[in-house]
Structures are given as C-alpha cells and as structure tokens.
Design a protein around this ligand. Sequence first.
Ligand SMILES: [Zn+2]
Length: 127
Amino acid sequence: MTRRTQQKQAIWAAFETATQPLSVHEVRTIASRQVKHLSLATVYRTIGSLLKEGSLSAIEVPGNADRYRLAGANECDHFRCDHCGCIYEIAPCPLAATPSLPAGFRNDRHQVFFFGVCFRCCESDAQ
Ligand SMILES: [Zn+2]
C-alpha cells in the first residue's frame, strides 16, 4: 500500500470513528496515531478530495474554522460548547421551519447552532 493510500485510510478512519464533526487539526491528531509525520497540508488536501467526491460534508461553524463529517448522515443541528469548543450533533430543532423570505430570495439550506456548555464541562464545573 502506498503512503498516500495509508494517509487517506487513516484520515477516513478518523471520520468513521468520530462521534462529532472534526476540525482539520483534530483529524490530523487522530490520523497521526496510524500514520506518522502526517502534515496538515496532506490532511487539507485529502479532506478537499473527499469533499469533492461527496464523501464528506462541511459544517460552517460561526466564528470558527469549518468542521467535517461523513456525508449522508442524518440531518441535524449543532451545539458548540463555549468552554471546550467541541461541536456536537443534536436532533434537528423543530423551530427551524421554512423561513418567509422576501420576494426574489431562494433558500438553499439552513444551519442552526446552539451555544452553551457541554455535559463534560458541566460535570467538571460541578467538581
Ligand atoms: Zn465542553
């Protein structure tokens, strides 16, 4: 197996085992456990090609770098912990209905973000 294939497999495995959308840096940290000396440029390039082939989808995080997840997963909204910065996928908000847009506008997508403190940070605050 070529090094390039090993790198791509390690990056893919990071997404398959992730329980939340990953940043490029998180992907590099996880995939580096399998492939040594994995550069950020390689992670960016691989994520770019996985996005292009439709295997990943990007999540725009307000005020932060994009996160990525496997494409085709269920629709969900997101929660960002203000303490640790982790992004969690949560069940879609029933309030996020079709917006009433001014004439001439077309809605293509929506994204709902909730902000607060995650369960891990709440637990560590309580101790
Ligand atoms: Zn947290």
